[in-house]
Design a protein around this ligand. Structure first.
Ligand code: ADP
Ligand code: MG
Length: 568
């Protein structure tokens, strides 16, 4: 009777369910599993930190619609990825985590890296299980992939003790799982679509909000037609950017505050009324605003505020039916409308304020000047990865996305350290699906510090990622050298160094020298311009462009403080 090793069963089951990429860090007891994965034809990327491996696996899931796998060792390995699992679950991105675990007969007596991993994972998962025998592995792998991708996407965890990984199963006893079909499309009830149409038609100040659910649903083609035909103003969420191009005339990102505050009907397409959208409540919204909410997850409907029309549907079929109905009545929201005039005036005002700051290019540079020139020189179709505080916030409005799923950032969970892992996933995605497309990873100096060592992974796998560090010497902001020295001469460094401060003008770009490669340090726009041009020429190596900016450069004044308390 021929027997099959458990590691081979895992690897082949993953392959059978359409998994393509694995990111991980190996060690006891998953070393053989990583090799079996490669033997089964999976692409394995060895990372430097488990968190980054988990970020990369979830980004590939968002980009391809098929979960990536994150492979880690027992105990600390699994604990290090719980942040990543939470990030994926909160972002509604598909992800499979596979953890090695201590041998079952060592449990309870202080086994090596013993840890209650299934229990620990459960709050961050849709499905968490320990397959009890090698023969049953295919059942659990199929279920994990199905749970990660069906309904609202999320995380599945599979736990494998060393003794299971080392076991074998007789071939004819191995569970025969079928590859499940693509997730079922959830269609909207026709009557609800009509109610949505009627509400939109009666609106005086309509607004469409496009979230990353619409991006994940690949609803871009129909939504582009819909926005163009109806001429409705729209606002993308941070990662909903590019579903309809940021450069479309109907995009009112430059008047975001006004659009949210004054709209009387808001159509929410795959975006939640969480902190990013200010909970849908006053003072950020009109107290009488009516929401039309469309989400794949029925439990999400009416969250935070009661929606006037609440529809469980995939965004794509909903958008198709909405388009049809609006088209049938020749709906067109004219530019002559007072609402459009108000929005257009505000957009123009805000764009002008930004223009003025963008033109101030004397050193030390400000954020707007850096982002303005970055925007001019990075390819328009590049995938933009971004994290940081000001760097991410200002970059979001300054760097345009003309294509869907081309922005990856700290997301709903606001996780720092995601950038390099996301960039690695995006670069592999480009390598395999869109050769020649660039990945630009725009990092704050603090954000970069969380996962900076992944630069070695980028070099090892020949990934041409352009990392731009917008370096203001600190978290939110730091100090110039003289101020930094003066503050720190006043006493014990741990007592006087401001918690926000990082080293002054640290030469992060010198990390490239570790690999015999070149990085760039820029204080002037001309230096940034020439560094970016050089970076574009690299086809199989990353680079770091470290831009020293004014440590007290800030956002332009905002109408509301960040996270203004919303009250019903
Ligand atoms: P954003 O950060 O862009 O506002 P959120 O993560 O808050 O986006 O919301 C995304 C929403 O999209 C989630 O509530 C999720 O359930 C939903 N969603 C995910 N995939 C789809 C889909 N294919 N169709 C409809 N809604 C989806
Ligand atoms: Mg900083």
């Amino acid at each position: 009777m021929s027997e099959v090793e458990a590691v081979q069963i895992i690897a082949e089951s993953l392959k059978q369910q359409g998994i393509e990429y694995v990111f991980g860090i190996i060690g006891i007891p998953v070393i053989e599993l990583s090799m079996a994965m490669q033997a089964a034809g999976l692409k394995y990327i060895g990372m430097r930190n488990e968190q980054s491996a988990c970020y990369a696996a979830q980004a590939i899931g968002y980009l391809t619609g098929k979960p990536g796998v994150c492979l880690v060792v027992s105990g600390p390995g699994l604990l290090h990825v719980t942040g990543g699992m939470a990030n994926a679950q909160v972002n509604c991105w598909p992800l499979i985590v596979i953890g090695g675990a201590t041998n079952e007969d060592h449990e309870g007596i202080g086994g090596f890296q013993e840890c209650p991993q299934v229990e620990l994972s459960r709050p961050y998962c849709k499905y968490a299980a320990r397959p009890p025998t090698a023969a049953l592995i295919p059942l659990h792998v199929e279920k994990a992939v199905r749970y990660a991708t069906y309904g609202r996407p999320g995380v599945a965890y599979l736990d494998f003790p060393g003794n299971i990984l080392q076991s074998r199963a007789p071939e004819e006893k191995i569970y025969k799982a079928l590859a499940h079909p693509a997730p079922p499309l959830v269609y909207p009830p026709h009557d609800e679509v009509i109610r949505a149409v009627n509400l939109l038609r009666s609106a005086k100040r309509p607004l469409v909000v496009i979230g990353k659910g619409a991006a994940y649903a690949h609803a871009e083609n129909i939504l582009r037609h819909f926005i163009e035909n109806t001429n409705l103003p729209f606002l993308p969420s941070p990662m909903g950017k590019g579903v309809v191009s940021d450069s479309a005339p109907q995009c009112v990102s430059s008047a975001r505050t006004l659009a949210l505050q004054k709209a009387d009907v808001v159509l929410l397409l795959g975006a939640r009324l969480n902190w990013i959208l200010h909970f849908g409540r006053p003072p950020r919204y009109d107290k009488d605003v009516k929401f039309i909410q469309v989400d794949i997850c029925p439990e999400e409907l009416h969250n935070s505020v009661i929606s006037t029309v609440a529809i469980q549907s995939d965004i794509k079929p909903f958008a198709e039916q909405l388009f049809e109905q609006m088209n049938a009545v020749n709906f067109h929201f004219s530019n002559e409308n007072p609402w459009w005039q108000q929005l257009a005036t505000k957009c123009a005002q805000n764009k002008e304020a930004v223009q003025t700051m963008s033109k101030q290019i004397s050193a030390p540079l400000n954020y707007y000047a850096v982002f303005h020139h970055l925007r001019e020189l990075i390819p328009r179709d590049a995938v933009i990865v971004s994290e940081g505080a000001n760097t991410m916030d200002i970059g979001r409005s300054m760097l345009l996305n003309i294509l869907p799923r081309h922005r990856l950032d700290a997301g709903t969970f606001g996780t720092m350290g995601v950038g390099p892992g996301f960039a690695i996933a995006a670069a592999l995605f480009c390598r395999d699906r869109f050769p020649g497309k660039r990945v630009v990873c725009v990092e704050g100096d603090s954000a970069f510090g969380f996962s900076g060592m992944e630069i070695e992974t980028m070099v090892r796998y020949n990934l041409p990622i352009t990392i731009v560090i917008v370096n203001n010497n600190g978290i939110y902001g730091g100090f110039d050298q003289d101020t930094f020295d003066a503050i720190r001469s006043a006493g014990d460094l741990s007592q006087v160094t401001p918690p926000s401060a990082l080293g002054v003008q640290v030469h992060y770009e010198e990390m490239m020298k570790m690999f015999g490669l070149k990085g760039y340090f820029c204080k002037e726009i001309v230096e940034l311009q020439s560094a970016l041009k050089e970076a574009q020429k690299l086809t199989d190596k990353p680079t770091i462009i470290n831009v020293a900016i004014n440590p007290s450069s800030d956002r332009k004044p905002q109408t509301f403080n960040w996270l203004t308390e919303s009250k019903l």
